[in-house]
Ligand binder design. Sequence first.
Ligand code: URA
Length: 213
Amino acid sequence: MSDTSPAVHLVSHPLVQHKLTLMRQKDRSTNSFRRLLGEISMLMAYEVTRDMPTQLIDIETPLEAMKSPVIDGKKTVFVSIMRAGAGFLDGMLNVVPGARIGHIGLYRDPKTLVAVEYYFKMPQDMHERDAIVLDPMLATGNSAVAAVDRLKETRPRSIRFVCLLAAPEGLKNMQAAHPDVPIYTAAIDRELNDHGYIVPGLGDAGDRLFGTK
Ligand code: URA
């Protein structure tokens, strides 16, 4: 992993921006919200994997033999931060079907505000894998920082962070704590409100995704 300042990649593709606008609408159904997140995930997978290493393999076209590039999807691990990170998984796996999946569950202790881990499961041989951490909302950044802290203990070959919306506070936190982790986001919103929600935002991503409110 590089030790230079991290890049923040704003995925400004019109298809992503259009779908994000639809997702922000408060009357959008759970079904539609989930489908749109799936579609955006595929488009963001395209960006986050742009510089994935490829290797040449020998194949035969109907006309002749040739060497042609392939990626090794098994070297990629998508790490979903529970629970909203799950909304990114299907779309990403459509594009990189050979990827493995890890899960991190964290909650914030209401008294100490410390992130407490309740679940952590990664594939074997993390040192051979490129980790792509998924969480739709980078709000305070506290859980993202804690998740990446924990993930680094497994020594993956590289780590990238993908979200749908980022607040300036969350970006600042992540960049201070993990300057080696590039961040991919579809938008950087204005601020966090007093309840820790991103504004204008899209509300609680987990509730909207799973229909729990
Ligand atoms: N998590 C969410 O789901 N939404 C926010 O706005 C902030 C954190």
